[in-house]
Write a protein that binds this ligand. Structure first.
Ligand code: ADP
Ligand code: MG
Length: 253
């Protein structure tokens, strides 16, 4: 087997003595699209926080591209190529689509959002490079023609595409998407699914959280099922759908 791009090994996290994530193991191969599903409160977003470094794990290890990352702060993990579209992420109001993406680029090329916000004007060359990357990212998600629009005026489906563009601006190798299809209409979901398929075809490794079993299993190579912080099943979409433990978790049985 090829070396996994991401290896999560025995990671746990509790809040107030209650486990949100418990002894989770997860290997994601380069180029793989991994689905993560589970009922509300299963620990899916907490797992992303542990991978991205927004949350500290007290046990286990996380290895990315052959390097231990579980003690690194979030911006270092971002610089190494891990990007996250957070659950329910909002676009920045009062900014254009292009500016929204450029803020994301500043965050990954410099000292994070705060640094980006407080920094004096950058060198022209650096600014130009960021603008170039932002336009490239917008082009990849099909928003090139919307760069000058107010971000908050976009329909929700395109706002999600904008979040993806912002994540792509740092040229990640691993993209984490937390319920990107939530609240979207059927046509918007289809457009998002197509975008994710294009990113996969371009070789990007992704982990995608979904609440909706049907949507995640449609795209994923493999699916990991969480319930009460534990992995209760992992396999191909067909294997996972047929697993009695998965059916029971979803029916509350
Ligand atoms: P999911 O994304 O699968 O819906 P979460 O990872 O958001 O689940 O939450 C898992 C569990 O951890 C839930 O019981 C939730 O209430 C709890 N939890 C998550 N984040 C926090 C936090 N910052 N403080 C306290 N409890 C939290
Ligand atoms: Mg969540």
């Amino acid at each position: 087997m090829t070396e996994p791009l991401l290896r999560v090994a025995g990671v746990s996290r509790s809040f107030g003595g209650v486990y949100a994530v418990r002894d989770v193991h997860l290997d994601v191969a380069p180029g793989e699209l991994r689905g993560v599903i589970g009922p509300n409160g299963a620990g899916k977003s907490t797992l992303f926080g542990l991978i991205g470094g927004q949350l500290a794990s007290r046990t286990g290890t996380i290895t990315y591209a052959g390097q231990r990352i579980d003690r690194l702060p979030p911006h270092r993990r971002a610089t190494l190529g891990i990007a996250i579209v957070f659950q329910g992420a909002r676009v920045f109001g009062g900014m254009t689509v292009l500016e929204n993406v450029m803020v994301g680029a500043h965050a990954t090329t410099g000292g994070g959002f705060v640094g980006a916000a407080l920094r004096l004007p950058r060198h022209h060359r650096e600014e130009r490079e960021i603008r170039h990357r932002a336009r490239e990212a917008l082009d990849r998600v099909g928003l090139a023609g919307w760069a000058g629009r107010s971000a908050e005026s976009l329909p929700l489906g395109q706002q999600r595409a904008l979040q993806v563009a912002r994540a792509l601006c740092g040229r990640p190798r691993l993209l984490l998407l937390d319920e990107p299809a939530a609240g979207l209409r059927a046509a918007e979901r289809n457009a998002l699914a197509q975008l994710i398929e294009e990113l996969k075809a371009g070789g990007l490794t992704m982990i995608k959280i979904e609440h909706d079993v049907a949507f995640v299993t449609r795209l994923a190579d493999r699916v990991t099922v969480l319930d009460l912080g534990r992995v209760i099943a992992e396999g191909t979409p067909a294997e996972v759908r047929a697993d009695p433990a998965v059916v029971a978790a979803y029916l509350g049985g």
